[in-house]
Structures are given as structure tokens and as C-alpha cells.
Design a protein around this ligand. Sequence first.
Ligand code: CTP
Length: 392
Amino acid sequence: MLQGRRVLLAVTGGVAAYKSAFLASRLVEAGAEVKVILTESAGEFIGGQTFAAITGGQPLTSLFGETSVSPHTELARWCDVVIVAPATASTIGKVANGISSDLVSATLLVTQSPVLIAPAMHTEMWEHPATQRNIKTLESDGYLFIGPASGPLAGGDFGMGRMSEPDEIVEAVETILSPDDSALRILVTAGGTREPLDPVRYLGNRSSGKMGHAIADEAARRGFRVTLVTAADMDVLPTVKVVSVETADEMLEAVSGEDADVAIMAAAVADFRPSKLSEGKISRADGLDSIELSPTPDVLASVVARDEKLFVVGFAAETEGVERAIEKALEKKVDLLVYNDVTEPGSGFEGDTNRVVLIDNEGQTDSWPLMSKKEVASLLLDRIVGDLATRG
Ligand code: CTP
């Protein structure tokens, strides 16, 4: 369930920090990408090297002078979820009162991702009115809590204040990151269709499917319910429902069977297919002067015609310039068209980057700089969510 999810584990200063090493290990085993940040006092209980060995990356401890100019904003934006385990009364108090005096509290004040807090402290501290006040504030601000439980505490004490067990925390994170029934339904098409000529040959195109798969991954990471109808063979996050297809006909059929709120048509669908499919392999000796072609169904047009409320995003990989793409956006009646010039360096089919221009349903353009397909996916989803919000 956590395959490919980005988990930021914030460890603060309590003896339960040793359990956070198990927690990091469980998260890694579950397939998550884990980064760790420590407060200074966490370092009194557990060494950064332990987390480095488990996660494969050196934990950060300071707001200043390590690897980045602004680690708290980078990490806060990178992660899909933050776990604070153990969370001391001190860190809980800082965040509840908007104090950002160290890497952990500063990151928590920046992140827009869900935050799961696993408190750990002595019973008296847990029950103190100040702690309880801070917890209530954080709960009403949308922070999520797990535990504490009752059990053995530091120094031989026993009572309420013990950090929840790592497996319980992993389970809670899985629940937080799995889409719920109210999440937006996103349908994505990807890859280049293959239109068979005989059992071994087909007409195809150079689309890799990377753009569509990056969109499906990013949408799943945001907790949307995602269906990917794809002609490409590439891994995606396990919460994505994948329907594999080969031809334009199969893509149309798969898409017709899927309800959605947003359709993002990134596939390079063949416009023509061989009119006749030869049952046996066509041999050189038999010869072949020409291939008769028939048009394929227009999958995008079928989606646009389906429902006025459906937000439809088309793609146009062109060689003719943006003017042709603007015409296409208006002709096809899409809400957005993502145009790229495939002849431009960095915007080709198989690469990891793209330079796109967004064209809206009035022909207004928004040109984005060259960036990775992952970044395009992320900004595109921001734009769609923004457009849906203004639409109301
Ligand atoms: N598309 C589709 N079904 C088709 C052809 C295209 O769903 N049979 C979708 C693509 O996924 C893309 C958009 O339509 O989102 C534009 O594709 P493009 O090939 O640029 O459009 P065409 O109408 O085929 O235009 P052209 O004449 O330039 O090939």
C-alpha cells in the first residue's frame, strides 16, 4: 500500500525514539520512500547513522548549513505524509503555537500534507492542561493523532503516555494515504496504441507513456481515485487501477466503462489502423504493395460528448506550432489542451522532460518552462484542481 509513497519521519527527543528505527524499517519494507529529520534532543536518544542505514539517506537535523538552502520547505513539499514519532510535549507545544525554531517544527508549519502525531511522554506531562490544550488546538487545525497508549514508560514508570507501536502507526499511515469514496475520480489514458497488421506486426508511434503514467502516479499520490487506461508497460503506484490495452478500439471500450470527474487524455492514439488483419504472418515472398487503412475511433471526442460536467484535458504533440494547437483546443471542446512541440529539444517522446503550453477553452495560453514530466504532472493537477474550484 505504501509503495512509492513519500514519508517524512520526524523524530523528537524521547526514549521511544528507538522504536522509530523500527518504524522507519517497517515503512521501507512497505515500499515507502522515507526521509528522516531529528530534533537536537532526539539525537540524545538515537544516532542519525541508524536511520541512514535503514532509509539509505542521511537524516537532517538543522535548518541551516546542511545540504540545502531551505530544507524545511523542500521536505515539507516533497512528502505525501509526515509522521512525528515520538512527539514530545515540547514539539507539540511549539507547533500548536506557531513556533518554528528548529527543523522539525519549521517543516510542520510549512507542509500541506497530512501530519500524523504519535505523542510519547510521562503521564503527568500528557495530562497537563497545557499539553491537552495544545492537542485540542492541533486537532482543530487538522493534525491527526495516534495514541498514546498505557504501558511501561521511561525510568520504570507505568501509565498513559507510551508511544503507539510501529505497526499501528504504519497501518494508520496506510489509511491516511488510501483514497476515500469522496476523492476525485481521475481517468488517464497513456501510451501509444498499436494497430495490428498481422500476428507479429503493427502500426504504432513513438509515445513512451511516461507523461500519462507520471500523471496517474501524481494523482494517486494526492489521494485521488485513479484509473489508468494504458498502452504502455510501466509500473505505477498500487492504488492506481490499471487497464492495459493495445489498440484504439480497446482504449475506447475501456474508457467507456469508467466513470470519472476528470479525464486526462495523454495517450497517443493511432488515427488509422490496417483495414484488414492478416491471420497469418505476411511473408516477403507473398509481397505487399500497400496497406489499406481505416480511421480509428476518436476516444477524446467520445469522452467530451459523454457529460458536460466532466473536465477533459487533451494533449497535442505537434510539429506545426502553437496556432494549430489553439485551433485544436477549440475544435475539440476540451477544458484544457496540453501542447508540446515534439521537434523541440527536451520535448520529444521518449525523454523525461517536457516543455508544454496549456491552452484553455477560450484559446488562452500559459507557457511553462522546460521541466521534468513529473513536475508537469504535478503542476497540471494543481491547475485542474484550481479550475474545478473556480468552476464550483
Ligand atoms: N485522441 C484520441 N483518439 C484518437 C486520436 C486522438 O483520444 N483517435 C486524443 C489524444 O489522446 C489527445 C488528443 O486526442 O489527447 C489530440 O490528439 P492528436 O493526435 O493531436 O489529435 P488528432 O485529432 O488526431 O489531430 P491530428 O490531425 O493533428 O492528428
